[in-house]
Design a protein around this ligand. Sequence first.
Ligand SMILES: C[S@@+](CC[C@H](N)C(=O)[O-])C[C@H]1O[C@@H](n2cnc3c(N)ncnc32)[C@H](O)[C@@H]1O
Length: 274
Amino acid sequence: MPIATPDIEFLRDLIARQSGNVLRSGQGDLIEVRLRPLAAEAGLENVEQLVAELRRTKSPRLADQVAQAVTVNETSFFRDIHPFNALQSKIIPDVTKENAARRELKIWCAAASSGQEPYTIAMVIREHFPTLSNWNVRILATDISEKMLARCSSGQYTQLEVNRGLPARNLLRYFDRSGSVWTVKPELRNLIDFQRLNLTTSWPITSQFDVIFIRNVLIYFDQQTKADILRRALRQMRPNGYLFIGSAETVIGLNLPLQREEIDGTVCYRHLRG
Ligand SMILES: C[S@@+](CC[C@H](N)C(=O)[O-])C[C@H]1O[C@@H](n2cnc3c(N)ncnc32)[C@H](O)[C@@H]1O
């Protein structure tokens, strides 16, 4: 039996408050499918009981788990390829010149999901910029989902996952195989820091980044939340830093101090200050 409309509305409201993710009323079936495993984990029979438990206990932990469970975690290595070409052809060479004195490169992947995006960035750096081997190169991978972050930091992928977007040469060079599991080598993993971070709450981040990736997550927020997140992201960006959003996402109408740039077939944005 489908969950009742008041329960769907209760969940939509709770999810929007917890994570900013806006789900449509018509997505009740999807919400139920995503929440069934969580209900089972909590020892409850179904999603209806889960809602009753949430209403009764008002448990912040359970509410947080609900928001995490409905996230969409679709990702792949070298997704949309162009941003990584732009990193290689222009952005990292430019930043390398600019940061030559302090020998530091900092990149933030703000919705890293299971890690294919930060590991792709790490591969671009290791593959094409050997001179950075004695720099302080740090990639910060964050996500709201604890499950995704655990996967991300494990660096372990199935055959199906490595078949999606990863050139065979990179697979052999940067992964170790054990049966059907491919594990990222320490030389890539050591470049990455993993941290749980909800983009709609306060950010325990002090770094200033040269490049920020917030790709394929803005589509889940309303305009106001999107603008607020991007404005705060810009405060974590070095002057002239680069921002990547997803290819289907836009900053139009958000009134942000960004300059659009096209590099190697992709659009990115620069925050021109000072
Ligand atoms: C579709 S994936 C995108 C992954 C990767 N950036 C890419 O483009 O392939 C969206 C990710 O955003 C995360 N997410 C959703 N809402 C979030 C929030 N409020 N704060 C942080 N991450 C969030 C989800 O957990 C999910 O892993």
